[in-house]
Structure formats: C-alpha cells, structure tokens
Design a protein around this ligand. Sequence first.
Ligand code: GLN
Length: 296
Amino acid sequence: MTALASKEDNDTVAQALATGAARLREAGVEAGRRDALLLLATALGADPDMLRLRPERRLDAVERSAFEVLLDRRAGREPVSRILGTREFWSLPFKITCDTLDPRPDSETLVEAVLTRLGDRTAPLDILDLGTGSGCLLLALLSELPAARGLGVDISEAALKVARENAAALGLGRRADFLCAPWGAALGGAWQVIVSNPPYILSGELPDLALEVQDFDPPLALAGGPDGLDAYRALAPEIARLMAPGGLAALEIGTTQINTVETLLRAAGLAEFGRERDLAGNWRCLLAGNAARPVD
Ligand code: GLN
C-alpha cells in the first residue's frame, strides 16, 4: 500500500521532462527541452522517440536519481555528447572523451569537399590526418573510400587511444594507423590526401567561447596562439613537403581566416586553392593542391 502510494507520487515522464527542461534553461542551456529528453531517455535506457509516446510512464526512484545525476552534469554545461561519451559524425558513431575535441557538424564540410574532388573513389589512396583527435575526419573518409589507407597523427597519446578504438569499432582498424607526433614532423612519404582540423581559436577569444567548449573541449585542440594561426604556420611547410604530386589538402579554418591561411600555404609553395562554406555559410574549408593538380 505504502509502496503503491509512493510510486504514484513519483514524476511521470512528462513531469520529469518539464522540470528537467526548466532546470537546464535556468542554467543557460539553450536547447533545454531537447537535452532533457535525451538525458531522460539515457537514464531510462529508452529510445527518445518512444519516450515521447509514453508521457504518463512513471519513473522509479533509481531512474529518478539517474536522471538527476545527468541533469546536474548538463546544468554544469557539459555537452550531452560528452555525458553520453559518443557523437555522431558523418552518420557514424564516434566515442569521445575529455582528451578529444567533440566533432562538429561543420567539420563534415572537409569530408564532403575531399570526396567531391576525388575522381575514382575505389582507387588506392594514402590519407594523412594531422591532429586526428577522435579520428573522425580520417575514419569518415576511409568509410567512403574502400581501397584507401590512412594515418592519423596526434600529439596526444590519450586522444590516439580513442581514435584507435573508433577505428576498430567502425571496422576500419586494418586500414588506419595512428602515430603520436607533433604534426608531420616525424613523417616522410607522399600523401594523396592530407586533412587537418587544427586548433585555430585566438588566445584572446578563448574566454568568449560557449562554456560547453571552453570548459570541456581539450585546450590543446582549440588554442591557436595569439592570432589563431600558430598551427597553420607549422603545418604549411609540412603539407607542402608531404603532399604527393597531384595531391589534395583540406584544412578546417576559423570563420575569418581563409585569406590569411591561403597566403601561408601559398608562401610554403602550395598552389591551386579551393574553398567551401559550412552550413552556416562561413568559409570553413580551405583546399590546396600542388602545381600538378587543379583543385576546383
Ligand atoms: N570549431 C571549433 C569551435 O569553433 C574549434 C575547433 C578548432 O579550433 N579546430 O569551437
């Protein structure tokens, strides 16, 4: 009788969602209701869409406290992807940890830019990803290019551990190698495709980033030095040296950096530039080739 009474006192899904969403909005989370739904679904081990269909379902005490724990983390501005430990990129699931940048949909611009410029997607290709993080760029490309092999380089051994796990989980481990090194310094060879999403945030702009980014993305993956260009200065000569004749490089850039980064790459001897915008209409991807290849 008592147990029944206390169960009836428990929140329904609809009530938990309403109070959870209000709590998140109060903490400054923009999409409070969507995030509350995702976290509630996680606490209940349910699919978010199924949950929407059962607003009257009651939470038991364990579910209620599991939801509270997840809400606390989100109210502390930890992104949902980090709380769940996974992020979808190029429609593939990627594990992420505190050692990897949380892959952004904007970075899919690079994958698409490369794929549309490759003539034959079944040709054998060597792909180099400098600053691979979770491995998202390299592994998304390998998932589309069945005869390609790739190397993901990162200065963080902890990030590489995640990238290796992602490669294995996606069934791409036999075509992906990983190496701990500063950019391309330790490398030789001639690579047909070079991609990189380096840190490019100006030191002075780091404090203006959303708390989800500032407090949870690894600083190593964000901080581009006083003018945001430190990584591109290091990368430009390495990309020029490591690119196969007729090769293609695709670099992610900050919204105002396209002309400056193009100048740096040109000074390093690269030629033939192309550019692509992200979904918000900002220039997000700079493409470069060498004299042997027209990029666009
Ligand atoms: N795109 C990320 C942001 O704007 C930054 C990632 C990077 O510096 N490469 O938060």
